[in-house]
Design a binder for this molecule. Structure first.
Ligand SMILES: CC(C)(COP(=O)(O)OP(=O)(O)OC[C@H]1O[C@@H](n2cnc3c(N)ncnc32)[C@H](O)[C@@H]1OP(=O)(O)O)[C@@H](O)C(=O)NCCC(=O)NCCS
Length: 153
């Protein structure tokens, strides 16, 4: 698997939007937008706005030159950060998520981050397994699963 993380820019945002529209639900890739469901013009505008506002923490997940999805490293305090990610449907369940998370943890270590927090829902088996594969300590409640990852610092 050849996974590269590329800092998000304008072109990357448009490429991600194209993948999201074709291969993901709005709820998987951004906070909920009021109004009609699906990829309406309002939802696409909200995507661009949200990704521009958070671009400094985001990376395009690139697999052999193809845009696969997004992973983020959002600083939360001294030496700590939070992560989240999504892939287009065609790229899921092929090991890309685990590779992207491992690559992100190496970037985090280089940036002086020791601990990375992640959160998902108990029904998201792929996300939970990807976190476990990367060594996360998992805590499960009826509504949430949190993962605490350590970098190799
Ligand atoms: C969550 C997500 C990023 C995981 O990435 P992925 O590339 O699909 O996952 P991987 O192929 O690296 O697999 C990770 C683990 O999950 C398992 N897995 C993958 N897809 C699965 C599925 N559909 N059902 C059950 N287990 C699955 C794999 O077997 C692997 O576990 P293992 O190492 O114990 O065998 C991806 O599925 C996705 O984008 N989902 C939609 C958006 C989302 O839910 N994002 C996370 C929000 S918190």
């Amino acid at each position: 698997m050849i996974v590269r993380l590329i800092p998000l820019d304008e072109a990357g945002t448009e490429a991600l939007l194209a993948v999201a529209v074709a291969q993901a639900e709005p709820a998987e890739v951004m906070p909920r937008v009021e109004g009609e469901e699906g990829w309406t013009d309002a939802a696409k505008s909200a995507f661009r706005e949200f990704y521009r506002a958070h671009a400094s923490a985001m990376y395009v997940i690139d697999v052999r030159g193809e845009t696969a999805g997004m992973i983020r490293l959002t600083p939360t305090g001294p030496g700590t950060a939070e992560t989240g990610m999504w892939l287009g449907r065609a790229m899921r369940s092929k090991g890309v998520g685990v590779d992207a998370l491992r690559t992100l943890l190496a970037i985090a270590a280089d940036a002086g981050i020791d601990a990375v927090h992640a959160e998902t829902t108990p029904d998201n088996t792929a996300a939970i397994h990807a976190l476990a594969r990367c060594g996360a300590v998992l805590t499960t409640t009826p509504t949430a699963v949190t993962g605490e990852l350590r970098t190799a610092r």
